[in-house]
Design a protein around this ligand. Structure first.
Ligand code: PLP
Length: 451
């Protein structure tokens, strides 16, 4: 591993040791890939760094570039690689299933699919036990919205401003950020005020924001709705935890309007919050439908909708079919993910190390860097919002990109997002250790000191 410290005044922090040698790489260079990418791939590609990184290998919480440089991955492929890159047990499960059967549709029985559905259902509370597999979070939310509409006979959906629920027509409608919308027809979708403790008008008073949902129902619908959909911790929106008291109050309102509560756990599920396995559990409500993807397969394409037997019956009224959803290779990976999470106590690690990291970030905010306006989140879903003025909360957009570049030069990869694009998203694989957290904090401190 060798990094330049040209951009750092202090000696470079020392990356924790890691006993792994990446395989020799003799593939194309970053420049060659970029050239082909611009010719043959969608122009929607975006990256954070001046020069995009060519990542050729991943091992647990680390990534390696074409020159064998090691990076601490504090983003995990957008909160996706929950157990660590190429985790040996998950890799083994994928290989073993790949040798036996790579594809099966609903036409035949196969135990790999049933095994995982049963194990997944055991992780959910109440009567949530019927699973539909999809290939992505978008598909899971599309299906959940369709099920709610079929079940209630209503069309109106309420989502929260600043939410991200996907990029197909139904989900793009419920997504509520201009950055992620094209010219979509948002038929029947209403966007409620965001109960954001940092930027919202009512601060942390969740019940006050909940009144907006009540008003939407009263003034924007017939009084009946199909569903309310929410992330317990907004991910793309910049790691925003919903103000306390909001979800229980909205839950009551939605039930009174005959609607269902859809919990979008695409980012906040699978032990990432640390305190709980699912984000909604921190709010003391049980959803009618839970959607998930990302962490479910440690990076293998898979998504799921889990609901009650009663709601699931709506899919007997029409054929619902998805060619690849519930592919046995993916479900074998999913089953191994649940085993590894349990065996390696990764939820406990997310809680302990995530709390430690959050304390360290708060200390950077309080003692050293005025540019840190807010530190928030839980477990391994943490956000650090940069502002050039703490009173005015002016987004520090140029500064965040500069800090990310410096951190990358010191071997740390982190994400960013939020409505203004000024929030660090810290969502590492759940095997991220206390030493990794110390290294991350040192690197962020050095980078912020360079501003
Ligand atoms: N829901 C949430 C909360 C997400 O963060 C995302 C993706 O970032 C999605 C849904 C869409 O998932 P996918 O990109 O797998 O379609």
């Amino acid at each position: 591993t060798s990094f330049s410290n040209e951009s750092c005044a202090k000696p470079l922090p020392k990356m924790p040791s890691f006993d792994y040698t990446p395989l020799p790489y003799d593939g194309p260079t970053a420049g060659e890939i970029l050239k082909r990418r611009s010719e043959f791939l969608s122009p929607s590609f975006f990256h954070f760094y001046k020069k995009p990184l060519n990542i050729v290998e991943g091992k647990m919480q680390y990534l390696f570039d074409e020159e064998g440089r090691r990076y601490l991955d504090a983003f995990a492929g957008i909160a996706t690689v929950c157990c660590g890159h190429c985790h040996p047990e998950i890799t083994e499960a994928i290989i073993s299933q790949t040798k036996k059967l790579q594809h099966s549709t609903v036409l035949y029985l196969n135990h790999a699919i049933a095994d995982f559905a049963e194990a997944l259902a055991s992780k959910l509370p109440g009567d949530l036990k019927v699973v539909f597999f999809t290939n992505s979070g978008t598909e899971a939310n599309e299906l959940a919205i369709m099920m709610a509409r079929l079940y209630t006979g209503c069309h109106d959906i309420i989502s929260i401003r600043n939410a991200y629920h996907g990029n197909a027509s139904g989900t793009m409608g419920s997504t509520a950020q201009k950055n992620w919308k094209f010219n979509v027809i948002q038929s029947g979708v209403h966007h409620a005020q965001n109960p954001d403790p940092y930027r919202g008008v009512f601060g942390s008073e969740g019940e006050k924001y909940a009144r907006d949902v009540q008003e939407i129902i009263e003034f924007g619908t017939s009084g009946q709705v199909a569903a309310f959909i929410a992330e317990a911790i907004q991910g793309v929106g910049g790691i925003v935890e919903l103000a306390p008291g909001y979800l229980p109050a909205v839950y009551k309102t939605i039930k009174e309007a005959g609607g269902l509560f859809i919990a979008d756990e695409v980012q906040s599920g699978f032990a990432r919050p640390g305190s709980h396995f699912w984000g909604f559990q921190a709010h003391g409500v049980t959803p009618d439908i839970v959607t998930m993807a990302k962490g479910i397969g440690n990076g293998i394409p898979l998504g799921a909708v889990v609901t009650t037997p009663e709601i699931a019956k709506v899919l007997t009224r029409r054929n619902y079919f998805n060619t690849f959803g519930g592919n046995p290779v993916c479900t074998a990976a999913g089953l191994a993910v649940l085993r590894v999470l349990e065996k390696e106590k990764l939820q406990q690690n997310a809680f302990a190390v995530g709390s430690y990291l959050k304390d360290g970030l708060k200390s950077l905010q309080e003692k050293k860097h005025d540019i840190i306006g807010d530190v928030r989140g839980r477990g391994f879903m943490l956000g650090v919002e940069l502002v050039t003025d703490r009173q005015l909360k002016t987004p520090a957009n140029a500064e965040i990109l500069h800090v990310m570049e410096l951190m990358k030069d010191m071997g740390v990869l982190v994400g960013k997002g939020g409505f203004y694009g000024n929030v660090f998203r810290i969502t590492p694989p759940l095997c991220f250790s206390k030493e990794d957290a110390d290294y991350f904090l040192e690197v962020m401190d050095v980078a912020l000191s360079k501003l």
